[in-house]
Design a protein around this ligand. Structure first.
Ligand SMILES: [Zn+2]
Length: 99
């Protein structure tokens, strides 16, 4: 953490105990929208700053990121078997009205 970050944490903490003007419950509620890049009401930078400043919320973001990465890795490895693939293709071609 840089000195600037330390100052930001100090001054941010004065605002009703929030980091970067965002309450922890709001940051945690927005974690999915934040990771999806779909924040509607709160600027992305504000939520990002909260997670960077807040020791309480950062582990939640970190865990959610790791969880999503694990899901993605699992999904990438998941492919249809050759048998299933040919069966699906056969059914699709049989289902065509012009064939
Ligand atoms: Zn927090």
């Amino acid at each position: 953490m840089t000195l600037f970050d330390s100052f930001k944490r100090l001054f941010g903490a004065k605002r009703n105990g929030d980091a970067e003007g965002l309450a922890c419950e709001d940051a945690l509620r927005l974690v999915h929208e934040f990771l999806d890049g779909e924040l509607a009401d709160v600027p992305h930078a504000q939520v990002e700053a909260h997670f960077e400043m807040c020791r309480r919320c950062y582990p939640h973001l970190h865990l959610e990121r790791r969880f999503r990465e694990a899901i993605q890795r699992a999904c990438v490895k998941e492919t249809a078997s050759p048998e299933l693939r040919s069966r699906v293709l056969q059914l699709v071609s049989e289902g065509r009205p012009d064939s």
